[in-house]
Design a protein around this ligand. Structure first.
Ligand code: PEP
Ligand code: MN
Length: 371
């Protein structure tokens, strides 16, 4: 006669046996899933080679219908859908993780920084920090000559100034457009400087490339992929500003667009991101400078004007940017900021400009090559 104890043991044994079977089934699912991921990786590579997207909704729905049709049970159809939906999602995720690891703009282990030439001025690599200064917007010949004269006399080699301005309000000054580009180029040439200026729209890229040594893509346009492609194919270095709401991964992917369009000379610019803090116009992300330098060999420049929106703290913030590894600084300077047509609170006046540049030169090792 079977005792209560025996019954317990018997049930226990059969539970043990079932668990053992379950473990075998788990292993067999795992083996099959690994085979699934091997095939998925090969499909991912084939799709990369053909330029196709990894995610294909139509193909997934065909596969699901086939499985539902062939399912002998007892797994209910809705559970099958959920389980395979998760498997499909995971394989697409793994395909794109692999692709992200192989972004062309990422630093290979141990690879050195790559300098970008703005005309004959090196930005990044082992060059001393590059300075890019000038007004927010090109307003007149007189304004540009006065500002560029002062900057070049104090060692700034790259002249900035917007001819096409991406203004938040459509009623604000929009820039002198091609006339502004002509003034900018003439002024830079007169003082032996290089030109960096923004293209706001893909239709302006060709014109901007005719006058500029470096094409700037502004923060508001970092996500404008057609503009990124156009700028990347224009035969000029591209200065890409971080979007005001962009993560670093989104920033790097935007740079990858520029690279894939043919441009190998990309400068990344950290210019602050939007946060809850109103005391500065944006919040300068110093950690981003160090992280970007870690991830890519491209030069990283910090814009101390648009990140702060004020000028009383540009000196310590510029020093912090350089300490974090920045390859250069962008700043706004105007001969009469009080009457500037844009960004009057952040543009350095002539005395402040000289003070700022003297301060930078006084930083230990500032003018030396880095290595
Ligand atoms: C600029 O540099 O002129 C400018 C508009 O900056 P941002 O795109 O960073 O706002
Ligand atoms: Mn500005």
């Amino acid at each position: 006669m079977e005792s209560e104890n025996d019954a317990d043991t018997g049930a226990g044994q059969s539970l043990e046996a079932l668990r053992a079977r379950m473990s075998l089934v788990n292993e067999s699912i795992m083996e099959n899933l690994n085979e699934y991921f091997r095939v998925a990786a090969a499909i991912g590579q084939a799709k990369d080679a053909l330029g196709l997207a990894h995610y294909d909704a139509a193909r997934e729905s065909v596969m699901l219908s086939e499985l539902l049709e062939k399912n002998p049970g007892p797994m209910p159809g809705d559970i099958l859908k959920r389980v395979f939906g998760e498997i499909f999602r995971s394989s697409v995720e793994v395909m794109s993780r692999k692709t992200e690891r192989t972004l062309k703009i990422l630093r290979l282990p141990g690879a050195p920084d790559i300098p970008v030439m703005a005309g004959d001025v090196a930005v990044g690599g082992d060059a001393p920090p590059a300075l890019m200064g000038g007004p927010c917007a090109v307003e007149s010949r007189e304004q540009m000559r006065a500002t560029a004269g002062l900057l070049s006399a104090h060692g700034v080699k790259i002249l900035r100034g917007g001819a096409y301005k991406p203004r938040t309000s459509p009623y604000s000054f929009q820039g002198l457009e091609e006339e502004g580009l002509i003034i900018l180029r003439e002024t830079a040439d007169a003082f032996g400087m290089r030109v960096i200026t923004e293209a706001v729209d893909a239709r302006q890229v060709e014109t901007v490339a005719r006058y500029a040594d470096v094409i700037q893509i502004g923060s508001r346009n970092m996500f404008n992929y057609s503009l990124l492609k156009e700028a990347g194919g224009a035969g000029r270095p591209v200065f890409l500003k971080r979007g005001l709401m962009a993560t670093l991964d989104e920033f790097l992917l935007a740079a990858e667009y520029v690279w894939l369009a043919g441009c190998r000379d990309i400068i990344l610019c950290e210019r602050g991101v939007r946060t809850f803090e109103p005391r500065t116009r944006n919040t300068l992300d110093i950690a981003a400078v160090a992280l970007l330098k870690q991830s890519t060999p491209l030069p990283v420049v910090v814009d101390v004007s648009h990140s702060l929106g004020r000028k009383d703290i540009v000196k310590p913030v510029a020093a912090a940017a350089l300490a974090a590894g920045a390859d250069g600084l962008m700043f706004e300077a105007h001969y009469r900021p009080a009457v500037a047509l844009s960004d009057c609170n952040q543009q350095l006046d002539p005395d402040e400009t000289v003070d700022f540049l003297d301060f930078l030169r006084g930083l230990p090792g500032f003018a030396e090559k880095r290595g």
